[in-house]
Ligand binder design. Sequence first.
Ligand code: SF4
Length: 434
Amino acid sequence: METDVRRNPALLKLDLYCKGIRLDDSCLVQDDGGRPVLRTRAGLGSGLELILPGGLWTNVPVSEPFAQRSPYVLHREDGGYVIRRHRDRAAPPGGGPQVIAPEAEPVAWVRLAPRPGWYDRTTATGRLMTRIGTLQGTYLGIYQARVCDYWKEDPKANCRFCSVGLNLGGDDAGDKSVEEVMEVVRAARRESAITYVDFNTGHFTGETYLDILEPYVRRIKEETGLLVGIQTPPHHDLGRYDALKKIGLNRASFCFEIWDEATFRRICPGKNREYGLKRYLDAVEYCARLGRGRGFEPWVSNGEIIAGLEPPASSMAAIDWITRVGAVPTVCVFRPLVGTDMEDAPPPKTEDLIPVFRRLYEACMKRNLPIGVAPNVHVSLVLLPEECRWFLDRPNKYWRKELKLRAMSALFRMQFERRLRSAASAHVPAAANA
Ligand code: SF4
């Protein structure tokens, strides 16, 4: 494996997740076209959205105390941005603000993820569009409906790493109408060329999340043809996923976070009480089976875990199981967000997670899973399985399968674009209304 972050952008992406970045004073420009730091999406992201070499999008921790000790510093130079690695990690004797050493090696020239014009606009109902949805990398992420019920209990039963209950009302609006969401989807399609819309909910007593999301999925599919996914707890009636797939849903994702059951019980008390790990796994497996049918609409079942909350061997066991049942793992990197129950926990070590992400790529390739096929989906909050090819010792090991995936991707892109055009022409009045 290439171990120099200057030549391995996936390793740089991982190292930045684990260490964060500091901002040099030269970055303090009023408006430089970048995205603001917003905390959304299951409380795992709170950072600066950057585009690394190789076109890898990322969300780098900047607000957490561990990021203040990062060797990486972002500088604005010659009209661009460069990450430099400084050697002054230790705080000065007696405390006080850390001094950035002047000598520093350049690591990579990067770009700020562009801030779309619609971020500053409001919907017809007068709400800021960013309170309805925000870009996560290049897709539109919507945290739908009210705050997760685990946060309303006394004592709280929220997942210990989560910040969703700290965010809502600040960055996100709790009740979003279908019309408001459609307005933002159209703006994001027109101006940011999104291809995918992702809905995310926490736990609602009475398992109402699929009832709430279905009208949004239906409208987006009918009017735009975009890819749509949901991330919710596992509904007890698994047949609901068949119905959602029929109306065009493309992805069902289940965040069980942790494979080790004792750790799952400790860190996710609400999920453990209401569902238990087994129900999450049953839903991942059931939805993976739904993908075996034919049809144009692509379908993927995701099992989502957070690396860094349990030993790497346990995360790898989760990856092996998820891929064995035919689902694709989503592997986040634990981030001790400010204000959460785990804010004082240390971030994971890069070297511990390299084998986890290497396993992610190898497991997907061995099981012939369709990774990297959806057009223009760059994800900032996780390392995508296809990006983890950079962790292989022999990068060409799976070249035949990679060729096949590239062909599938090109074919899908052609069909998808045709369908987007036909959906757009069938709904001209709605688009003009935006
Ligand atoms: S289920 Fe857990 S991670 Fe999801 S919103 Fe609720 S507390 Fe947060």
